[in-house]
Write a protein that binds this ligand. Structure first.
Ligand code: ADP
Ligand code: MG
Length: 348
């Protein structure tokens, strides 16, 4: 432990993380993630939700060492891993793994499933071929794939099965933390639910922690302990999953919920809410990076929203929001009845 105040149960501790990208010569760098704090405990799932481009994968990439960070700290069981590359990063692969949207990024189409799933074990010295075989068979059974099929190639499997195979590959070394980046987004809704249930079961068995990245609140609602809502690289709101999904505190979270696919009975209301959020009021555009990034799209925006950047404030135990109109926002949400439960979402 680098810090004695850090609870032993903290698997991942991200503090003041900022990441930017070059946009080419003569153009300012794009700030993709601003000063983000995220903590994940043992056996916990923390989801990062937000629209496309909000910076979710950038955070995932920073954790996985795929994206260089500007500043801040990322600790795995107290050990600093931000910016760790090369040999140090390879050594982390026993403890930290990922599942992405496209299984072909982890399953080489030219290799058998057994080869791909066994690949992370190569770094583990002292395993005999028979032990490797046993470990692969065991993890395949755990994800619900018959080991007898392991001599086949990924193309012989359905999308849902391929995602089970990527999960097997990620779990074969029994990592402490798995970053799931849009891991079920490409799957049909019924298959999504199966894969989410599988992830949940595997977590219960092994105490694995997940950082679960998704643009869809309905997907994360049931598997998350906590949800962090990201917009323009800033945390807008966070809290226990059921609170964020059912009693959203930030106007941005409400607009995200309104975008969740809903049955026809609620579609009209959802469309009305989505329209409100789609109206852009340029007078509330943050200038020079100062101000609430959501203000131009926010039905509650007023001058003070862009005078300074609203800080993320704890307004109730474990609940944070970066809205200066928190009371009005909660009241408006209550009135609109925007919540996953009231929208009766079909997914997940
Ligand atoms: N390699 C890159 N180079 C330049 N800009 C990038 C790069 N990757 C992502 N971005 C930009 O950073 C922002 C956040 O992207 P990303 O983290 O992929 O968002 P999300 O996963 O939420 O869709 C977006 O504006 C995106 O265009
Ligand atoms: Mg992404």
């Amino acid at each position: 432990m680098t810090e004695t105040t850090e609870a032993a149960s903290e698997v991942l501790t991200i503090r003041n993380l900022s990441v930017s990208y070059s946009q080419g010569l003569g153009r300012p760098r794009l700030r993709a993630v601003h000063d983000v704090d995220i903590t994940v405990g043992r056996g916990e799932t923390v989801s990062i939700v937000g629209e496309s481009g909000s910076g979710k994968s950038t955070i995932g990439g920073a954790i996985l060492g795929l994206t260089p960070v500007d500043s801040g700290s990322i600790r795995l069981y107290g050990e600093e891993i931000a910016g760790v590359t090369g040999k140090g990063r390879r050594a982390l692969s026993a403890r930290l793994q990922a599942v992405f949207q496209d299984p072909f990024s982890s399953l080489d189409p030219a290799r058998t499933v057994r080869d791909s799933v066994a690949e992370p074990l190569r770094a583990e010295t002292g395993l005999t071929p028979a032990q490797v075989r046993e470990r692969v068979d065991e993890v395949l059974r755990r994800v619900g794939v018959d080991p007898a099929l392991a001599s086949r190639y990924p193309s012989a499997f359905s999308g849902g099965q391929r995602q089970r195979l990527s999960i097997a590959r990620a779990l074969v070394r029994r990592p402490q933390l798995v970053v799931c980046d849009e891991a079920v987004s490409a799957l049909d809704v019924s298959v999504q639910a199966q894969v989410l249930n599988l992830l949940d079961e595997l977590q219960t068995e092994a105490g694995t922690s997940y950082v679960f990245i998704s643009h869809n609140m309905a997907v994360v609602r049931h598997i998350s302990d906590r949800i962090v809502v990201l917009y323009h690289g800033r945390i807008m709101e966070e809290g226990p999953a059921e609170d964020v999904a059912d009693r959203p505190a930030h106007p941005y979270t409400r607009s995200l919920l309104a975008a969740v696919p809903v049955p026809e009975v609620n579609a009209q209301r959802a469309r009305r809410l989505a329209r409100t959020a789609a109206t852009v009021r340029t007078e509330f555009a943050p200038v020079g990076g100062v101000g609430c990034p959501f203000a131009p799209r926010c039905p509650l925006a007023e001058a003070r929203c862009v005078e300074s950047t609203p800080p993320l404030v704890e307004f109730a135990p474990g609940r944070k929001s970066a809205c200066v109109r928190i009371e009005d926002s909660l009241a408006a949400g209550h009135e609109e009845g925007v919540a996953l439960t009231t929208l009766k979402v079909a997914a997940s």
